[in-house]
Design a protein around this ligand. Structure first.
Ligand code: SF4
Length: 233
């Protein structure tokens, strides 16, 4: 099934609509600094450590590798089978948005806990937006999946796991906050999809190019040389 947006693209769009537009139509122009790449590496290290605390988890990304468009299908099949299961990088798609959830734990009674892992010592606003988007997609996917499952699949909790500064996990539950944000997320998704039908947005550079993340399209916007790095999701 076709998807238009992902979690990283949605977050990029909140930072700058032009960045989102470029990421869809001209991703070869992206340039990531060594600092950004080091941050990604540290994030992956923390994520691996936390995932090791969920024994027996099945990693959808190891099963399907780069075939991301097939993640939702395999995720659905595994969640709809009877019994408990823990999935890593579980894929869900709704409203042309694809999200990959770090950890999805389904109990035998059909209740589901989701954990998003962030190598951050505080829960920044951008992390809250990330969780709200995931909740929007997953929460709207589960009723359809429930029709194929022997038990209704019910989202019970959505936790952020973040870093206490010593690579140990801290937890915060955000399900209620994410539920309340659903109408706002739906409007934002619709707005981005409409924006992507048009011309490249005319946005000038400024402080937003560095917050919350260093934009990978700064060289393009400043008229400098570019290089390509594909770091979706
Ligand atoms: S460099 Fe700045 S203006 Fe250009 S796409 Fe990125 S955030 Fe937008």
């Amino acid at each position: 099934m076709r998807y238009r947006l992902t979690k990283s693209k949605f977050i990029m769009g909140l930072q700058c609509e032009k960045a989102l537009y470029l990421d869809i139509y001209k991703p070869q122009l992206a340039f990531h600094s060594q600092e950004t790449l080091a941050r990604f590496r540290k994030g992956r290290h923390f994520e691996s450590k936390i995932k090791s605390m969920f024994p027996g988890g099945i990693d959808i990304s190891m099963e399907l590798r780069g075939a991301v468009q097939r993640y939702p299908e395999l995720t659905a099949r595994m969640l709809c089978e009877p019994g408990a299961v823990t999935l890593f990088e579980a894929g869900f798609q709704y409203d042309e948005v694809l999200v990959l959830a770090d950890v999805v734990q389904k109990a035998a009674d059909g209740t589901i806990k989701i954990f998003e892992i962030k190598n951050s010592q505080t829960i920044k606003e951008v992390i809250r937006h990330d969780v709200c988007l995931q909740h929007y997609v997953i929460g709207n996917s589960l009723p359809q999946l429930s029709e194929k499952s022997d038990k209704a699949l019910v989202l019970k909790s959505f936790d952020i796991i973040y870093n206490d500064g010593n690579d140990q996990p801290l937890y915060e539950e955000l399900l209620s906050e994410a539920k309340a944000a659903e109408p706002l997320i739906a409007r934002q998704v619709a707005h981005f999809k409409e924006m992507l039908q048009g011309m490249e947005p005319n946005v000038t550079t400024g402080s937003h190019c560095h917050m919350p993340y260093e934009c990978p399209y700064q060289r393009y916007c400043e008229g400098k040389a570019t290089a390509q790095t594909d770091l979706s999701f």
